[in-house]
Write a protein that binds this ligand. Sequence first.
Ligand SMILES: *Cc1c(COP(=O)(O)O)cnc(C)c1O
Length: 374
Amino acid sequence: MLPPFRSYVLVSRQQIARNYRNVRSVVGPDVEVMCVVKADAYGHGALEVARVLLAEGAGWLAVSSVDEGVQLRCGGLHQPRILVMGGFLPYEGEALMEYSLTPAIHSLAQMRDLEHLAAGAARPIPFHLKIDSGMNRLGTRAAAQQIGEALAEARHARLEGLMTHFASAADYSTTQTDDQIARFNAVRTGLRQVGVEVKIVHAASTNAIGYGRSEGNMVRAGHALYGYVSPARGDAPRQLLEIQPALTWQAKLLAVKDIPEGALVGYGGSFRAPRPMRIGVLGAGYADGVFHRLSNRGKVIADGKLTPILGTISMDLTTIDLSHTAALAPGDAVTLLGVEGEARLDAQQIARVAGTISYNILCCISARVRRVYV
Ligand SMILES: *Cc1c(COP(=O)(O)O)cnc(C)c1O
């Protein structure tokens, strides 16, 4: 029986678990896997996904903001350590402490803020220090000497982890990742020389894991858990991950009808039927996360076959070509993302047509689309 919703995603708990186990086997027993569940687990539902991962033995989760961390704690996840990769703003400090979240710290000034906060609460707080090794986004560019001095003044804020983030991990046509690793390792060596020992070191996310560039003793896996790794550029080594998408996105047909040659479909009349056609109207549109850019370009899977989107995507409706089948009627489901029969449509394929990346496709499946766990 189909779920009683116009548009819904089916998330396979088993596939999330399999993907997690595969990441673990690729990085080996000496490397811990931190599971990135930011942005509602890339649209898959952070609480449910986290529960699956914890049952598989995950000890660390990562989110972007204090707010996301608080939501996990309030959902009953008291056990796992939670890294807030986006750090904290002054007004978030209290919640950070109260909910036992671990911040990534991006500057020495922020390290002093954290020390102040922890001293005020009279208890220690662990943090991870992010090094800007060349992406020039978050992270400190301070030298090891300066970092050592700032650490020496922190009595309550305790350095537990050292991290960095790669800008081009799947791109073997540039040396950016090698340069970043070199700079990160120079900071590690410099810190050791001033007597700073760090327990946890992490740099790799999905693409670096997939192409075997995991530095340190922890990795931060996001996209891989959901079944995706980016294709490489340049002369890359063999990709190591064996993962599959865990999410299927479907929408119900609201109407099926026959239109004559020359009929204009949808807003702006941007599609003109070149012959008599059967069309279907789906109960999902750009407010559900169907990219407007897919108007007259994208495809969906109907009755096991890829078929084009016709005309302009509306807020709540999308029109498709059903000329190939007489089997579908209102109430039947069509697949926007997933596998049906021989046909397959994943977030990377959709992203290519929509002019974006797979991450963007998954994160844009809106809150209105109900998540169903199977
Ligand atoms: C999102 C994010 C990750 C996870 O990246 P994936 O490519 O999804 O594995 C890791 N680290 C940081 C800092 C991130 O922002």
